[in-house]
Design a protein around this ligand. Structure first.
Ligand code: E4P
Length: 216
């Protein structure tokens, strides 16, 4: 399973890349807005300098023509830019057209298996089911992920399943068990993945014994 980082913060991206864990980046308008007065295209370009893998840049137009205009413009920023289109009728029309032009699209805001089927039919390179936001309304995000993977496997569809809106390590582990192609997660979740109290305790014990033996 590939790891994407779900942030627009350059320090977090640099740190995660330095650990060697990052295969790509997903951003969205909220994450970009969190970075303050940055120029959108310049900021995406800066991310693409740090990470070689796919970097998602989301359109904000609601109509197909606007999405196409934005998508073509952002795709020129760097060869690894992927355009994020929402799972709406206009978004899927834009997905089909951009895909035909050789621009990869990540279809975002997916909350049902039916929507995921449409995205694959539209030629999306990635489908992003939002696990955490579904859990928030009392539906199973992981249940949806399982459904999508099963359906895509039935037909050998090439659209990569990108588990998004990940909130904690269990989402990551279960996404891996289900066979998701990618999990995108905030920096905080990457940090949580490292943690186990027995690792910290074990280290302390080893060092204490080392000290006692006079070696430290
Ligand atoms: C995915 O590409 C989205 O940016 C993201 O995962 C949304 O997550 P959230 O529900 O934590 O905002």
């Amino acid at each position: 399973m590939k790891f994407f980082i779900d942030t627009a913060n350059l320090n977090e991206i640099r740190e995660a890349a330095a650990i060697g864990l990052i295969d790509g980046v997903t951003t969205n308008p909220s994450l970009i807005a969190r970075e303050g007065e940055v120029d959108f295209k310049q900021h995406i370009a800066a991310i693409c300098e740090i990470v070689q893998g796919p970097v998602s840049a989301e359109v904000t137009s609601l109509e197909t023509e606007g999405m196409l205009r934005e998508g073509r413009e952002y795709a020129r920023v760097a060869p690894n830019v992927v355009i994020k289109c929402p799972l709406t009728r206009d978004g899927l029309k834009a997905t089909r057209r951009l895909t035909e032009e050789g621009i990869k699209v990540n279809v975002t805001l997916c909350f049902s298996a039916a929507q995921a089927i449409l995205a694959a039919k539209a030629g999306a390179a990635f489908i992003s089911p939002f696990l955490g936001r579904l859990d928030d309304v009392g539906q199973s995000g992981l249940g949806l992920l399982a459904e999508i993977i099963e359906i895509y496997q039935n037909y050998g569809w090439k659209t990569e399943v990108l588990a998004a809106s990940i909130r904690h390590p269990i989402h990551v582990v279960e996404a891996a068990r289900l066979g998701a192609d990618i999990a995108t997660m905030p920096f905080k979740v990457i940090e949580q993945l490292f943690k186990h109290p027995l690792t910290d305790q074990g280290l302390e014990l080893f060092l204490a014994d080392w000290r006692k033996s006079g070696r430290l």
